[in-house]
Design a protein around this ligand. Structure first.
Ligand SMILES: [Zn+2]
Length: 75
């Protein structure tokens, strides 16, 4: 029955790594559409390293480099 304890150890370490990766993604600020203020999605027409950040709005169809940053209010 020693094989059972081995698999338990592996399961314990796995979730921690996943949580750390998720937290990194959530720390980024949201980009909002300057026209309709809905959340923008990254839409890089080229490979990505030549263009800084090209955004697209799935709601109103806006696309461009201008994006509003959602700043959390601290008060
Ligand atoms: Zn929009």
């Amino acid at each position: 029955m020693s094989s059972q304890t081995e698999s338990d150890l592996v399961d314990e370490t796995a979730p921690e790594v996943k949580i750390k990766l998720k937290r990194r993604k959530l720390s980024g600020r949201k980009k909002l559409c300057p026209k309709c203020l809905s959340q923008l999605v990254l839409a890089s027409p080229l490979s990505g390293w030549l263009v800084p950040e090209y955004y697209g709005c799935p709601k109103c169809g806006y696309s461009g480099y201008v994006a509003l940053e959602e700043v959390p209010k601290e008060k």
